[in-house]
Design a protein around this ligand. Structure first.
Ligand code: ADP
Length: 355
């Protein structure tokens, strides 16, 4: 098993591979490019991200996308309604996405149900299973992946015109809007086109390289960001829906299933998180958020139930201290439940690209 070490409170030294080129003006680069064509209102950016106009040169002429031999690849030819710049960006994105076997969008109907926790632990589990993994946090309004992975305060670097994600343990690459904010308290107030632009950059202008899995932590709900990701990732994408068992959360996930179906995004399955708590004193089971809601929804919507993860206070401790729970408490009930989820995901996605 490979070792994943982050800079959490458990004493592990950060094990991050940093490229040698320092990054200057990254905020500027992101902000400038995140403006969608025709969009000119820049007042809504967060205060810490100074806005400078700076043209970013990128290559010369648009090239044929030669990353695959597929004659029907939509990136081969420029669309009639597309400028050369837009075509080039689409090709860049297509080239990147073609190198990624599976893209899993982690979605939830509402916040606080454990979506980011699931995303982080899923990414770590897959990395521990020997897969090359990317973890992308597009939860623009509440990026928690830097904290969960013990990467808060880390600086990003650039390699040529691409942003280099932070590396953990050799086969896990992490990218989050949180790395671009001045401080964890900074708020991001962006309108739809800006979010779309930033998400496109996160997918197309980050040096992901070939990956087995890209785990994408999307904001809750069915708004701009999940929509943007679903539209941009291309083939090989699927959604993992996270809910607590209670009806309030389940009702929102029902909407998420419909959202996926409208976008023809396959639902890999539902995870029922915070599914019961074993009392540490009497070993009795307490159904804090009721039980079985995710399972019932999976049945009703005819999608797989990937697993039921119980409440474990150590998940909160690990999240706060930046230590991947699945690695730190590998023998716990929740980690065992999580391992079942990962097995089902590996089994369900293996047939597409794995040998
Ligand atoms: P979301 O991304 O859906 O907003 P988070 O992953 O940030 O949710 O989790 C919300 C809170 O719940 C965090 O404090 C996290 O540590 C905690 N949490 C998530 N799953 C569990 C669980 N199974 N047991 C105990 N706490 C959990």
């Amino acid at each position: 098993m490979r070792e994943i070490r982050t800079s959490g409170s458990e004493g592990g030294e950060a094990e991050l591979n940093r490229p040698s080129l320092p990054l200057s003006g990254l905020h500027t680069l992101f902000i400038f490019r995140s403006l969608a064509p025709g969009y000119s209102d820049r007042r809504s950016f967060s205060g810490s991200m100074a806005v400078e106009e700076k043209q970013v040169a990128k290559g010369d002429e648009p090239q044929d996308c030669r990353s695959c031999e597929q004659a029907d690849c939509t990136s081969r030819n420029r669309r009639q309604d597309e400028s050369e710049e837009e075509f080039r960006q689409r090709q860049d994105l297509g080239r990147k996405m073609c190198q990624i076997g599976h893209k899993l969008l982690i979605l939830s109907g509402k916040g606080g149900v454990g979506k980011s926790t699931v995303a982080a632990n899923l990414a770590v589990s897959l990395a521990l299973a020997g897969k090359s993994v990317g973890l992308l946090d597009v939860d623009i309004h509440g990026p928690s992946i830097p904290r969960l992975m013990g990467l808060e305060g880390q600086q990003l670097q650039m390699h040529g015109s691409e942003i280099v994600p932070l590396e953990v343990g050799g086969n896990l690459k992490v990218m989050s809007i949180g790395f671009l904010l001045g401080s964890p308290e900074d708020a991001v107030i962006w309108r739809g086109p800006m979010k779309y632009g930033v998400i496109r950059q996160f997918l197309g202008e980050v040096e992901w390289g070939p990956l087995d899995y890209l785990i994408i932590d999307a904001p809750p709900g069915t708004g701009d960001e999940p929509l943007s990701v679903a539209q941009l990732v291309g083939d090989g994408a699927g959604a993992v829906l996270v809910t607590t068992p209670q009806e309030l959360s389940v009702a929102d996930v029902r909407r998420s299933v419909s959202f996926c179906r409208k976008l023809s995004l396959p639902v890999v399955g539902i995870i029922e998180n915070m599914s019961g708590l074993v009392c540490p004193h009497c070993n009795g089971r307490i159904e804090v958020f009721k039980t079985g809601g995710g399972e019932a929804l999976a049945h009703e919507m005819n999608v797989p139930l990937l697993g039921r993860i119980p409440i474990d206070p150590k998940i909160v401790e690990c999240g706060d201290s930046g230590v991947p729970y699945i690695h730190r408490f590998a023998d716990s009930d929740a980690a065992t439940a999580f391992a079942g989820v990962v097995d089902r995901i590996l089994g369900g996605t293996a047939s597409n690209t794995d040998g």
